[in-house]
Ligand binder design. Sequence first.
Ligand code: PGA
Length: 257
Amino acid sequence: MERRPLLAGNWKMNLDHLEAIQVVQQLVYHLEAEDYDASELVVCPAHTALRSIQTLIEGDRLRIGLGAQDCHWEDGGAYTGEVSAPMLAKLKVAYVICGHSERRQHFGESDEVVNRKVKAVRRHEMTPILCVGETLEQREAGQAEDIVVGQLRGSLAGVGITASSELVVAYEPVWAIGTGRTASAADANEMCGVVRRTVGELYGAEIAEGLRVQYGGSVKPGNIVELMGRPEIDGALVGGASLDPEDFAVICRHHRL
Ligand code: PGA
């Protein structure tokens, strides 16, 4: 089955709404129709820039999708400072990153919390980009596979998935995020295969076959081609390099490099 790669820029806590508009305008300047045909392209701005980017995408009819970086698990209520899934859905957000390792590390998100968020995102008909990945310590102890399988099973418990388009998984080894260290393409491919196999155990072979599994962690213009050349890797979740429109454009043009 042909899986259309998904390239998503995770801007993290960077770019105010004016800067975000500039980055998208510069990005599209570097892209051609064939790039949008080859891959699905998504940007995940901070919540404060979502509305501006939504308006830009709609106004200029850009072939770029909108993603959010997080949401709360409740639809509304007394949760000061939080943003709910229905609020994001109203902004035509298509993807929501769930369980990014920075959320797990700095905000104590457990698989149970991630699970509630995934359910909220699905309830409002958006697609979770579910992040999983082991730490360096866990990798060195030979636990990488067990950790990733456990995160997937925990985060997807009770989540009904009936089509492969309803879920994206990003394999992001924690030690490769923002460090300049990339997993070798072979290791990344192997772990993305572990993700696919586990999703197959949960939802069946057909959904696993169509599932897009991204690699994330120091993806750059210099390593995207090698990563994308691997059969189990169907795209990338790009942090630092997605803040630079020229770098992100090169990544988006991977198919013609
Ligand atoms: P990075 O971040 O590309 O800066 O390593 C990736 C991510 O955290 O999604």
